[in-house]
Design a protein around this ligand. Structure first.
Ligand code: SAH
Length: 467
């Protein structure tokens, strides 16, 4: 170990920053955040530091650095672009045994600054010992996904109950066991998902029945987005990492399923067109049963769970059985697919509204309010519309949209198998059929489709025209 990691209390203590540019401003902001009294030595200050001065946040010495500036300071940061000045600061500080950091010059530093993940009061500091700050930053970005914003809140919240717990358990070992159980159980998820009242009630209940394990699992209804794992949310990722069992649909791509915790049991719930492996009823009850066994159940759905996902029905059953659940939104196919196909869903000149509908065929007809759809300056996004495509196009024309209205069908959007076929209401059914489109596909109708030609940016490996 080349450095000793410590967390320094600088509240109300004087810290010196030498330099008046952008880097100095960044370091100043950090010192201020930790409650330090910052003195800045520099003939000139940039706007940000000037602002701090006006607000009375810092003390400014508009002169060259001199060792007298080191009087009574607990640490020094040199951030000038003159190496000789930085060196002089470093030597002067070292003579007085004051910790000194010279930005981007490890040889002149007696301490280095870590990359920080701030979930105050939780702080994670990462250092590469000065060898590769970029690597430290990349690691921090990975931790960002694992340690949600709400960790700080969790720590503060737990602190509120510390005395309570102390009074309840006199033995430190029992206290530790209690906290270990609480912080790894539903309490934490409740705090994370903003269910503070339930969290408090749960904690108080657990305090009363300390020996009962309260073996109730929970369900995470998570939107996995349109298929590309990069489009998962941080929260989805985290819950995928802690689930005991995952119940997933056909729409969830293998790449995403691969990211679920290795040890989690996997249950396929189907949902291919007209070929449901498990009927909706049984899915709802399966979730209840698994949760009652005390499991953390990940119900993973394509796109967003509340958009043509029947997520509402699943949690209704959970709520009837008093099973704790949370819902994590995902990027719905319309926005994911449109972005990756270079088709903005609204546009100042072409569409001021956008409507999402399902094109599911029932007895060869589609029950939609056609006149509400066939309106100018509106984009129509059709989910589950591949089989009904001829009927859809025909009805839209019958209800007044010009046959030449641009229309697109996109297969497996956002993934490397994405294919886009562009035509008009008149030509699209034949084009789609000769292209042999494979589900899932999304249909977009409206003038905005024209923009695809200019705005397409994504280059999937597998391209219809072999381009
Ligand atoms: N809850 C999902 C939609 C479920 S309905 C969401 O919010 O996206 C299933 C339909 O979604 C499919 O028939 C298809 O129309 C559409 N879909 C989902 N993922 C898609 C993708 N990657 N590419 C094209 N269409 C997709």
């Amino acid at each position: 170990m080349d450095f000793l990691p410590i967390f320094l209390n600088i509240k109300g203590r004087s810290c010196l920053v030498v330099g008046g540019g952008e880097v100095a401003a960044r370091k100043t902001a950090l010192l201020l955040k930790a409650g330090g009294q910052v003195r800045v030595v520099s003939p000139i200050l940039n706007d940000e530091l000037g602002n701090h001065l006006q607000l009375g946040n810092i003390i400014h010495y508009a002169e060259a650095f001199d060792s007298k500036h080191l009087n009574n300071v607990v640490l020094v940061i040199a951030a000038t672009n003159e190496r000789s000045v930085n060196q002089y600061v470093s030597e002067s500080a070292n003579q007085l045994s004051i910790p000194v950091n010279v930005v981007d010059d490890p040889a002149l530093c007696s301490f280095i600054m870590p990359s920080i993940l701030d979930r105050s009061p939780i702080l994670v500091a990462i250092s590469s010992g000065g060898t590769s700050p970029v690597l430290a930053r990349l690691l921090r970005a990975r931790l960002e996904t694992l340690i949600p914003e709400a960790y700080g809140h969790l720590a503060t919240y737990a602190a509120k109950f510390r005395e309570h717990v102390k009074r309840r358990f006199s033995s430190p070992k029992k206290r530790r066991l209690f906290w270990e159980r609480i912080l790894q159980g539903p309490f934490t998820e409740m705090v994370f998902s903003g269910k503070n009242r339930s969290a408090q009630a749960y904690l108080l209940r657990s305090l009363e029945h300390e020996t009962d394990e309260l073996p109730c699992g929970e369900v995470y209804l998570v939107g996995a987005g349109p298929g590309n794992p990069d489009l998962l949310t941080f929260r989805a990722m985290r819950l995928m990492q802690q689930a005991d069992v995952v119940v997933y649909d056909r729409l969830v791509s293998p790449a995403i399923l691969d990211m679920v915790r290795r040890d989690a049991a996997r249950i396929y719930a189907g949902k291919e067109r007209d070929k449901h492996v498990l009927p909706q009823e049984s899915i709802n009850h399966l979730l209840v049963r698994l949760a009652k066994e005390g499991k953390r159940v990940l119900r993973l759905k394509g796109g967003d769970p509340f958009i043509f996902g029947r997520g509402g029905e699943e949690i209704e059953t959970l709520s009837q059985h008093h099973i704790p659940f949370q819902v994590v939104p995902g990027i719905t196919a319309a926005s994911g697919v449109a972005s990756y196909a270079g088709i903005p869903l609204t546009h100042r000149d072409y569409a001021q509204s956008c409507i999402f509908v399902t094109g599911h065929l029932k007895n060869n007809t589609i029950n939609l309010d056609w006149s509400a759809l066939a309106r100018p300056q509106q984009t129509i996004v059709i989910y589950m519309g591949l089989h009904g495509l001829p009927v859809l196009c025909e009805q839209l024309i019958t209800h007044g949209l010009p046959a030449s209205t641009p229309a697109a069908i996109v297969q497996q959007g956002t993934t490397h198998r994405q294919r886009v076929v562009i035509g008009s209401l008149e030509t699209l059914p034949a084009l789609a059929s000769s292209a042999n489109m494979i589900p899932p596909t999304l249909i977009i109708v409206g003038e905005v489709v024209k923009l695809h030609q200019k705005l397409a940016w994504f280059e999937p490996v597998y391209d219809l025209n072999g381009k």
